[in-house]
Design a protein around this ligand. Structure first.
Ligand code: HEM
Ligand code: HEM
Length: 231
């Protein structure tokens, strides 16, 4: 495993951390929210620079027999992130307030794009979970198969998914994904850790969904560094 690839993966997880922080808008002050969000976009820009070859080969997708699910998800991610980024500038109250125009629609799209991006990012990470697991195996020096370990990980996945479904209601995700009005807001004065636990298990359940979808449809997920594979 090359140090560059390991750095890339670490940066991916840092980006998830910043994303989760930005979701806790009412826990942060506006300026911190905008700073955290802007750093996350910078990391995503870098992420796509690292993965530029994938975009370069996109027009040849049919011939490359690239997994369609990756193409659909990556394009959805692109759309939702561009919506989130552009509305960030429009609604900005601190960093870009000179150019911000505000408006209820921009704010609505900003929130809608944030929740959809959260779901799609987790599915996207789930699609690449075999890479993450292989890196974890290499770091921990684990080789070969072990039935007990596999069973423990599968049980953990079930636990995370069940908790994630519960968390989706606790956080009021569904009306926000459907752009329906809701009065359900997280009270950070009462419980801060709980918000992050719920958001973590929500992310986890979509990662599990992404990972097992790939397994269920019989696609062999990429297991190692992208540079070693033609896809
Ligand atoms: C990771 C990226 C980001 C995510 C996930 C995100 C998410 C959110 C969410 C969920 C809210 C709504 C809070 C609520 O009312 O319940 C919000 C509000 C807001 N965001 Fe972001 N945001 C991100 C980046 C940014 C950036 C980069 C900026 C500006 C530079 C920004 C500016 C704002 C502003 C000004 C509000 C308050 C809007 C209002 O109440 O009128 N956001 N954001
Ligand atoms: C926090 C958000 C994200 C995380 C955690 C994440 C994670 C990952 C991981 C783990 C990989 C495989 C290893 C690597 O190349 O680094 C990957 C690949 C890739 N990601 Fe992301 N990603 C995120 C956001 C995005 C966004 C917003 C886009 C597009 C707009 C994107 C496009 C791609 C592409 C094109 C690839 C390579 C092709 C593929 O295998 O899908 N990613 N991502």
């Amino acid at each position: 495993m090359s140090p560059v690839f390991l750095t890339r993966l670490v940066l991916d997880f840092v980006a998830v951390g910043f994303f989760v922080m930005a979701m806790a808008y009412w826990w942060l002050d506006n300026r911190t929210h905008e700073l955290v969000g802007t750093v996350m976009f910078a990391l995503l820009f870098l992420h796509n620079v690292f993965n530029r070859r994938w975009w370069g080969r996109l027009p040849k997708t049919r011939r490359a027999s690239r997994p369609w699910i990756t193409v659909v998800l990556n394009l959805t991610l692109l759309v939702s992130m561009v919506a989130l980024m552009s509305t960030s500038v429009l609604v900005s109250q601190s960093l870009f307030r000179q150019v911000a125009v505000g408006g209820a629609t921009a704010r609505e799209i900003h929130i809608l794009a944030a929740y959809w991006s959260l779901v799609v990012v987790a599915l996207h990470l789930g699609l690449h979970w075999s890479i993450v697991m292989n890196v974890a195996r290499a770091i921990l020096g684990i080789s070969g198969k072990n039935a007990t370990r596999t069973l423990a990980l599968r049980l953990a996945s079930v636990g995370i998914t069940v908790h994630g479904v519960h968390s989706s209601f606790e956080l009021g995700i569904w009306p926000r994904l459907l752009n329906l009005p809701t009065m359900q807001f997280w009270d950070f004065n009462e419980d801060t850790v709980g918000f992050f636990i719920h958001l973590g298990s929500l992310l986890g359940s979509f990662i599990v969904l992404g990972h097992y979808t790939i397994v269920a449809i019989g696609l062999r997920p990429r297991r190692t560094e992208p540079a070693m594979h033609p896809n």
